[in-house]
Design a protein around this ligand. Structure first.
Ligand SMILES: [Zn+2]
Length: 212
């Protein structure tokens, strides 16, 4: 069944492409030639956290992977392929893992409730909860605990990116990419850099996961 909103998409597309061509008649031709993004962005699928919009970056600037709660799982061929391609072929300079306060995926992982198939995905976040249980359990305010788990999940996924051979090999050889952890605050629209020290994080991870 079609809806008014659905039909509108093609009208909006037409208006958008015309405005782009008006600014630069070569716009689409140039983009078609190839991509050279500086960033790989790994974020949440949440409709309220659109990568290009919140960063203010243009078409072609971001290579993007999104899933529920911005999880970087070693068993997920999808994200592992994205990371490999971004690092080895596109040679991105920065990889960003961006979580967000108010994340439904993180919230669900804090609840003692089953979500069917989603349970195995949320298990990645429950593991982050377990690894940090002591720190989290002393936070009595539920929303503060929830926000903290969002941040911890970002840090954990940053480490998971660093654990990959593609990132370690490239950094060793080229000095890039560096990996960053961000949180997007939906209430204010603000992007927060968690200021993760990439070098020391890499050293820490490599105590066990050095594969280059
Ligand atoms: Zn989310």
């Amino acid at each position: 069944m079609k809806s008014e909103k659905y039909d509108q998409i093609f009208k909006l597309n037409k208006a958008w492409l015309e405005s782009k061509k008006e600014e630069d008649h070569q716009y689409f031709k140039n983009l078609y030639e190839g991509q050279n993004p500086e960033f790989l962005y790994i974020g949440c699928s949440d409709s309220r956290v659109p990568a290009n919009t919140i960063t203010g970056l243009d078409v072609g600037d971001l290579f993007v992977h999104r899933n529920i709660a911005n999880v970087v799982s070693n068993n997920d061929m999808n994200i592992m392929s994205v990371i490999q391609y971004a690092v080895e072929e596109l040679k991105v300079k920065h990889i960003i893992v961006c979580g967000h306060y108010g994340c439904g995926g993180v919230k669900s992982a804090m609840e003692q409730k089953s979500y069917g198939l989603l349970d195995s995905w949320l298990r990645n976040i429950r593991d982050v909860y377990r690894h940090n249980y002591q720190e989290l359990s002393v936070i009595t305010d539920e929303n503060t605990r929830y926000d903290r788990l969002v941040e911890m999940n970002v840090m954990e996924q940053v480490e998971n990116v660093i654990k990959t051979s593609y990132v370690q090999k490239s950094y060793n050889k080229n000095g890039f990419p560096t990996v960053h952890g961000w949180v997007y605050d939906m209430k204010s629209g603000k992007l927060i850099d968690l200021d993760i020290n990439f070098e020391s994080c890499l050293k820490e991870v490599q105590k066990v996961y050095k594969i280059d």
